[in-house]
Design a protein around this ligand. Structure first.
Ligand SMILES: C[S@@+](CC[C@H](N)C(=O)[O-])C[C@H]1O[C@@H](n2cnc3c(N)ncnc32)[C@H](O)[C@@H]1O
Length: 289
């Protein structure tokens, strides 16, 4: 349905592109720098409508995209940026129907990206150590996605262990955004199925080193890769076409590995550099021929 509904989170967007989030509640009034509009005027309007606040200020009323929602939603813990949220389901190869383990839940941004990727036939099991963060996350998730029957949320410390569900079926994918993923790696080695994918996100180089060392020690992980992404937006105004002056220059490093039968590679061979330049060149030659 494209009409804005009572109870839904929407964004009002001004001419400079700034977004202001509000949750629609019949009878309430929204105020922005002295300009007002009643929620009743917004409820029932088509998504993307132009609306007029008191004093003649015009704004767009929009249902936020997932990336927009995540940046404006209430947070306990720091959320992952949309550029990383977009990559993680791809690099962790989260597919419809997958059973995914996640820790920590934080504000729920990554949980939602995983839920979208596994779809209604999949399952996301998420651990969060802090009760208050978990509560914020569940509110954020419900407000954006409604009830999520394919989500199981636990107040648990992932460093102490990961429990399989009662059916004993291992996880297909395991995704971590917490400070010490190396403490989770031994548990990941136990609960991931063979062929499963491990992915963790950490902001600093020492954290990456400790994570990769733990993956090597576990002996059942291979094809370990670490990378970061830089997203540079551009300003395009007439003949002035250039990169924007500001960007998020650093968020964190993603480390990905496959769980396999031990013994194929020695520990020193587990983190093999992939020669992507060569692969890209080959792909280009294929397209050209
Ligand atoms: C950076 S936040 C995760 C943000 C989340 N990915 C998001 O996008 O909203 C890290 C979270 O991990 C939780 N955490 C830290 N150690 C943990 C542990 N041992 N077990 C479970 N959760 C943990 C923290 O409380 C925090 O909420």
């Amino acid at each position: 349905m494209s009409q804005l509904r009572n109870g839904e989170r929407i964004h009002l967007v001004d001419k400079k592109g700034r977004q202001y989030a509000l949750t629609l509640k019949a009878g309430d009034q929204y105020q922005l720098s002295g300009h007002k509009i009643s929620h009743d005027e917004l409820i029932g309007k088509p998504d993307g409508s132009l609306v007029t606040l008191s004093g003649g200020k015009t704004m767009l009323a929009l249902r936020p995209t997932f990336g927009e929602y995540v940046l404006k939603m209430p947070r306990g813990a720091q959320v992952l940026y949309p550029k990383d949220l977009a990559l993680i389901p791809m690099w962790a190869d989260v597919y419809p129907g997958a059973r995914v383990f996640e820790a920590g839940t934080g504000s729920g941004a990554l949980t939602m990206a995983l839920l979208r990727a596994v779809g209604p036939r999949g399952l996301v099991v998420t651990y969060e150590a802090r009760e208050d963060f978990a509560r914020t996350a569940m509110t954020n998730i419900e407000r954006y996605m409604g009830a999520a029957p394919n989500l199981m949320s636990f107040r648990k410390n992932a460093y102490e262990g990961i429990d399989l569900l009662d059916d004993g079926v291992p996880f297909d994918r395991l995704v971590l955004d917490l400070p010490e993923p190396w403490q989770v790696v031994p548990h990941a080695a136990r609960v991931l199925r063979s062929g499963g994918v491990y992915l963790s996100f950490v902001p600093t180089v020492p954290q990456v080193q400790q994570t990769v060392e733990a993956l090597e020690r576990a002996a059942v992980f291979c094809m370990v890769e670490t990378f970061e992404t830089l997203l540079r937006t551009w300003s395009i105004q007439g003949r002035s076409v250039r990169p924007d002056h500001r960007m998020v220059a650093h968020s964190g490093f993603l480390t990905v590995a496959r769980k396999v039968e031990a013994g194929f590679w020695t520990p020193a061979q587990l983190s093999r550099p992939t020669d992507e330049a060569e692969e890209i060149q080959e792909a280009g030659e294929d397209r050209a021929s």
